[in-house]
Design a protein around this ligand. Structure first.
Ligand code: ZN
Length: 236
C-alpha cells in the first residue's frame, strides 16, 4: 500500500501485454479449430490432395481476413469512444478547470495519497499536462498510445494464420491414409497447448481449460468429418 499509483501503472502495462498475448492465443486457437474442422470435413468426402489444399487455403484466408476485419472494426470503435472521452475531458478542463483540479485531487486521494499530497500532485500534473493526467488517472488511457486498429487487425490475421497452418499442413503433407489421423492428433496436441496457455495467462487452473478446448476441437472435427463422409458416400 505504500505506492499504489506506482503499482497500478505497472499493473496496467502488464495487463495490456497479457491482453495481447491472450488475444494471440485465442486467435491461433480459432485458426486451428475452424481450419481443422474444414479440412477434416473435406477429407471425409474426398482423398484429392489439391481439393484439400484449395479448401484449407480458402478457409485460412477467409478466416484470417474475417478476424482481421472484425478486430479492425472493434478497435476503431473503441478508439472513437476514447477520442470522444478525451474531447469531452479537454472541454471540461477548459470550461471548469477548478472542478477538474478538485476531481483529480479526489481521484489521487482514492489511490492512497493524503489530501495535501494529492492536492500538490494534482496541481503539478495539471501544470505539466492536464489532459494527459486526466486521461491516465480518470479514464485509464494514455492519449499518446491509443490502440492502433491496423496493428490489432494484423495481429489477429497473423495469429489465425499461424493456427490455421497446422491443420492445413497436417492434411496435405502425409500420404492419404495418414491424413486424418495425423491431423486429429496434431490438432488435439496443439489445442492442449493453447488451452494450457490461455489458462495460464488468465491465471486459471489449466486442467479444465485444456479439457474444454480439446473437447471443442474434437467435436468440431467429428461433426465435419461425419458430414463430409455422408456427402461423399451419397455421391453429392
Ligand atoms: Zn477530468
Amino acid at each position: 500500500m505504500t505506492e499504489p499509483t506506482h503499482d497500478e501503472a505497472h499493473g496496467q502495462a502488464l495487463g495490456a501485454r497479457l491482453n495481447w498475448l491472450r488475444a494471440a492465443v485465442l486467435g491461433a486457437n480459432d485458426g486451428i479449430v475452424s481450419t481443422a474442422g474444414l479440412v477434416v470435413g473435406v477429407a471425409g468426402a474426398t482423398a484429392d490432395r489439391s481439393t484439400l489444399l484449395t479448401a484449407g487455403l480458402a478457409g485460412l484466408l477467409a478466416g484470417s481476413m474475417s478476424m482481421a476485419a472484425g478486430e479492425y472494426v472493434s478497435v476503431s470503435t473503441q478508439r472513437d469512444t476514447e477520442k470522444a472521452a478525451l474531447a469531452l475531458e479537454r472541454r471540461e478542463l477548459r470550461e471548469q478547470p477548478e472542478a477538474e483540479l478538485e476531481e483529480l485531487t479526489e481521484l489521487l486521494e482514492e489511490r492512497g495519497l493524503t489530501q495535501e499530497v494529492a492536492r500538490e500532485a494534482a496541481e503539478q500534473l495539471t501544470e505539466r499536462d492536464a489532459l494527459r493526467a486526466h486521461a491516465r488517472v480518470e479514464l485509464g488511457i494514455d492519449p499518446d498510445d491509443l490502440t492502433n486498429p491496423w496493428h490489432a487487425a494484423w495481429a489477429s490475421f497473423l495469429a489465425f494464420t499461424v493456427g490455421a497452418l497446422l491443420p492445413l499442413l497436417a492434411i496435405v503433407l502425409p500420404p492419404s491414409d495418414w491424413r486424418v489421423p495425423v491431423t486429429v492428433v496434431s490438432v488435439l496436441a496443439a489445442l492442449t497447448l493453447t488451452g494450457w496457455s490461455s489458462a495460464r495467462l488468465g491465471a486459471a487452473g489449466p486442467g479444465r481449460a485444456i479439457l474444454r478446448n480439446v473437447a471443442g476441437g474434437a467435436l468440431a472435427m467429428a461433426v465435419t468429418y461425419a458430414a463430409g463422409w455422408l456427402l461423399g458416400a451419397a455421391g453429392v
